[in-house]
Design a protein around this ligand. Structure first.
Ligand code: FUB
Length: 318
């Protein structure tokens, strides 16, 4: 009987999803986590905050973000750092002095992994003749494996100006690029995943007062969710809207995560399902309590109600 109990206990341990230990990464600052499941493992593509180096020319209290690492885990507690996958000095069109490698995303399509990242383009970088001054553009790097090596394309996506790319691949295979540029935009991607098909359009019905950025869209049981940080009061909180189409119209549906108790100004995020449980990946400033441009990524369980609405996430730190 004792043996049977031990076997049963071991089976329960094996089938119970492991629990995240927050913050997830302890040896460097990480922000803006996009988590994806590839080949049964969780891969997190965050951006990378650093302390300002001597050659940094920007505002002293601003983001300093030179490159991207990717991390993988099969238990949400032990993370493998696969190293730098894209850096500001390794992309032809990116200003290598800007330190503005902001929130990225990565998706899989037809045997390739597409990594989307915003950065400030060099003044003379030119894709389709539409770059007039240094400004945020969105680039793509392509790999055969989720951890790379990633090969960045020599130009950014023509016709897109903005930050915080997020790609949703719909059930029919159509890919949509969401991004922010004051408001949230969406554009269909061509099958090559590196150009848009038609003009980007603004997503209607989202708050017009206070910054809205960092879109993360997904589909669940026929409902399209658009989740986004919004400054409703002083700092960002996570809100969401629902629709029956990836292009909208969306209807505001509530708050997923209240303003951070730490006062961290930003709360970029992503949502994924893994081993039967949904998780919210987001960041706070756990490793840098006095400077919120040095952030740290977290994950917490997220639950849906039977009508598809989302329950508020309770942050944990342990
Ligand atoms: O990390 C830099 C920027 O801060 C991101 O792109 C925004 O979403 C905000 O988190």
């Amino acid at each position: 009987l004792r043996q049977l109990l031990a076997l049963g206990f071991a089976a329960v341990l094996q089938t119970t999803p492991a629990w995240a230990t927050n913050p997830l990464i302890m040896d460097q600052f990480t922000a803006d986590p996009t988590a994806r499941v590839f080949n049964g493992k969780v891969y997190v593509y965050p951006s990378h905050d650093i302390k300002a180096p001597p050659d940094y020319q920007g505002k002293p209290d601003w983001f300093v973000m030179p490159d991207y690492h990717v991390f993988s885990s099969d238990n949400l507690t032990d993370w493998k750092d696969h190293g730098v996958i894209v850096s500001q000095s390794g992309v032809d069109w990116v200003d290598p002095t800007a330190y503005a490698m902001w929130a990225p995303d990565c998706v899989y399509k037809d045997g390739k992994y597409y990594f989307y990242f915003p950065a400030i383009a060099k003044k003379d970088a030119n894709a389709g003749g539409d770059n007039k001054r240094p400004e945020f553009r969105i680039g793509v790097a392509v790999a055969d494996k989720p951890e790379g090596p990633f090969k960045p394309l020599s130009t950014y996506i023509p016709g897109v100006r903005g930050i915080d790319p997020n790609v949703l691949i719909d059930k029919d295979g159509t890919a949509y690029l969401y991004y922010s540029a004051g408001r949230i935009y969406v554009a269909r991607l061509k099958p090559n995943m590196t150009e848009i098909d038609g003009e980007p359009r603004v997503i209607d019905n989202l708050p017009t007062q206070g910054l809205v950025e960092g879109p993360f869209a997904f589909e669940r049981n026929g409902i399209y969710y658009l989740t986004y940080p919004h400054v409703a009061h002083k700092i960002e909180r996570l809100e969401y809207a629902m629709s029956t189409s990836p292009l909208g119209p969306f209807k505001h549906a509530g708050v997923i995560l209240d303003e951070s108790e730490s006062g961290c100004w930003t709360v970029h995020h992503s949502i994924l399902d893994w081993q039967g449980q949904s998780y919210l990946f987001y960041h706070d400033r756990d490793l840098s309590p006095h400077f919120d441009k040095n952030r740290s990524i977290r994950a917490d369980k997220l639950f849906f109600n039977p009508d598809g609405t989302i329950q508020k996430v309770i942050p944990t730190l342990r």
